[in-house]
Design a protein around this ligand. Structure first.
Ligand SMILES: Cc1ncc(COP(=O)(O)O)c(C=O)c1O
Length: 452
């Protein structure tokens, strides 16, 4: 029975992807209203699996946002390279709980190999360890747990055993434009979302080196950023990391999408010096374009991550070269390394560089097209994010709504340093020059249609 069911699922998935570039990017309002059809009482008896799949597709597909398509520019959402979707489908059939090497050797090996490739590709120090997690939010959490362990261990405190009660206080430094998932991770770790030293930033959201604290007392963690979610700005690592090091601090970098600049020779200067940090968080579901969800935590000294995350129990086999569950917050986990390995194996070093470079080039094309029509971006567009205002906050919001309704593309809004702006995040492998030009035409038509 599984044969027909899985063939049907594959056919439906293929049909969905075939038509994604031709439909409205936002979900069809009638489709969203149609979701009510799912809202039935819990069935009392087993039903037909094929019928369940049909109901999922026919009701769900029209109500999806075309995030996997070429003209979704909201948030920072990569789409999925076809090979990563295909390999994920197979890996889902494998259903490997990738916590222990002895139990799931194939997927644990893929993670070990992909991790090594990533360390090389991103120019991180040889021997850097890591963990496959759900996204940059959890990657920040895992890496900062390693940081917390390391700085307290140096002060003679075992935080995993004793907790933070009575521990030496840790000073935490963040930029004013740190991503909220970073401060959330600090909160989860008992370090406090607000109990931080905030360093002022410039118009690109980059930490001002001149404003970095002159002294840091005792255990300290400095959190930097590669790729601000609004501007794509990078903290000046080459200036800041030596300052943090001199103060004996652990340096963590949130590089959810920007860490990948290091893999593109034409953009690597943006992340110069980033490899001097102690830990890094990034996403594979953004710049690398693997399916959701997929994030990565890297730690220069893998022992620190292991000390923070290791787990043992009499029923869990031991002794493998690398048990993934010793490095992740989770014990049970899907095999996220499969898609990362598939993307890297298929793209190679050049393909990843091209992917990063293309998104940056297309962001520049957006910026130039908007500037030519009188809408100057609010920042230097050096990576793959663009912020633009259409005048007053009210008008900008109305233009964004009109663009979303038009459906050619989808962009969201934001507030950037006191200004209301539209965000254009170019991060899908599928986006072409043609998509940018069609989207620009729709954006400028929306702007013309809105009274000043
Ligand atoms: C700089 C930065 N950090 C962290 C995150 C959170 O990433 P995720 O939603 O994949 O956990 C984002 C998301 O856009 C981001 O831009």
């Amino acid at each position: 029975m599984h044969r027909e069911l899985l063939r049907d699922a594959a056919e439906r998935g293929i049909r969905y992807l075939d038509t994604l570039g031709d439909r409205h990017v936002a979900p069809d309002p009638a489709g969203v209203a149609g979701l009510a059809a799912w809202d039935t009482p819990l069935p009392a008896r087993p039903g037909d699996p094929a019928e369940t799949l049909r109901v999922l597709d026919e009701i769900g597909s029209p109500a999806t946002m075309a995030m996997a398509g070429p003209r979704f520019f909201g948030f920072v959402i990569g789409s999925a390279l076809p090979v990563t979707v295909a390999c994920q489908w197979l890996a889902t059939a494998w259903d490997q709980n990738t916590g222990l090497h002895a139990v799931t050797p194939a997927t644990a090996e893929l993670e070990r190999i992909a991790l090594g490739w990533l360390v090389e590709l991103l120019g991180l120090p040889a021997g850097t360890g890591g963990a496959f997690v759900t996204g940059a939010a959890v990657a920040n959490l895992a890496a900062l747990a390693a940081a917390r362990h390391a700085v307290l261990a140096r002060a003679g405190w075992d935080v995993e055993e004793r907790g933070l009660f009575g521990a030496p206080p840790i000073q935490v430094v963040v930029g004013d434009e740190a991503h909220p998932t970073l401060t959330k991770a600090l909160g989860l770790l008992g370090l406090g979302r607000s109990r931080v030293v905030r360093v002022p930033t410039d118009r690109e959201g980059r930490m001002r080196a001149g404003a970095f604290p002159r002294t840091l007392e005792g255990p300290a963690i400095v959190c930097l950023q590669a790729g601000n979610v609004n501007t794509g700005g990078f903290d000046p690592f080459a200036e800041l990391i030596p300052l943090a090091r001199r103060a004996g601090a652990w340096v963590h970098v949130d590089g959810a999408f920007g860490l990948w600049a290091a893999a593109a020779p034409g953009r690597a200067h943006l992340a110069a010096g980033v490899a001097e940090a102690d830990s890094w968080a990034t996403d594979a579901h953004k710049t690398l374009n693997v399916p959701y969800d997929s994030g990565l935590a890297f730690v220069r000294d893998p022992a620190m991550l292991r000390e923070a995350m290791a787990i043992s129990a009499a029923y869990l086999p031991t002794g493998a070269p690398r048990d993934p569950s010793h490095y992740t917050p989770e014990l049970s986990r899907r095999a996220r390394g499969v898609e990362v390995w598939a993307a890297l194996r298929t793209l190679g070093r050049e393909g990843v560089a091209d992917l990063v470079e293309r998104t940056c080039r297309l962001a520049r094309r957006f910026a130039d097209g908007l500037a030519a029509a009188g809408y100057e971006p609010l920042h230097d567009v050096s990576f793959n994010q663009v912020l633009v205002s259409f005048g007053t906050p009210e008008r900008t919001r109305r233009v964004i709504e009109r663009i979303q309704r038009d459906g050619t593309c989808w962009c969201g809004g934001t507030e950037w340093q006191g200004r209301t702006a539209m965000r254009i995040s170019v991060i899908s492998w599928a986006t072409t020059e043609h998509d940018v030009d069609a989207s620009l035409t729709a954006m400028l038509a929306a702007a013309r249609a809105e009274p000043a």
